[in-house]
Ligand binder design. Sequence first.
Ligand SMILES: [Ca+2]
Ligand SMILES: [Ca+2]
Length: 222
Amino acid sequence: MITIKHFRRLAAAGAAAALAVSSLLIQQPTANALGVTLHKMVVRYDYVQFTQVSDGCCYDNTLEVYGSVGAHTATGSFNEGNLPYRNFGTWGKDPCEVTWSYLWSASYGDCSRKVQVGVWPFADLHYCASNTYSTCPYYSYPDDNYLMLTVLSGETITFDVRMKDYDSASADDDVCVGSLTVGPFSDSQLSAMWWSNPFGGTIKMPWNGNGACSVHVTMYDY
Ligand SMILES: [Ca+2]
Ligand SMILES: [Ca+2]
């Protein structure tokens, strides 16, 4: 049975709890409490275009490609559990080989992609989300060609691509490696990057004897 005295004690406890919560909020202000806008940006990797490829002897014009695409900000305020890379194939290995657009299935996520001169859409692949460009923590490939990135005004954004050609008899070759750093942008510039008016960027690697490529990436405010 709750007496008036007990009730008062419960009410006092409730007030103390509320005070504790409010002081917690004061001690640990969120970014929004400081007047900082957190822009949730969608980064979409569109395609890679290879304008020149060579796999060495005897005019071999087919590469066996694995790699990663990624995006991060200068302060590293990622979403998605701090996983700024989307990896395909198996870094440094060649467990299986399929054509770029072979069966849209995560089962082939660890396979190298056979690549010639041409345009290859990133939407055709499955990826693992990772905190490094060279590992897939769970050896599964459930992810697509999109990343979510939290961007603050005044900080730069870097897009990076690393694609290598597997070679059984020698070290693997860089065939499309590069990065593009953009910004910093203001709040209004970031907000203006709506899906119908997105930011578009191109990462390029000039011919290095193994490959020459450009990679297109799109970014918009979510
Ligand atoms: Ca090669
Ligand atoms: Ca090769």
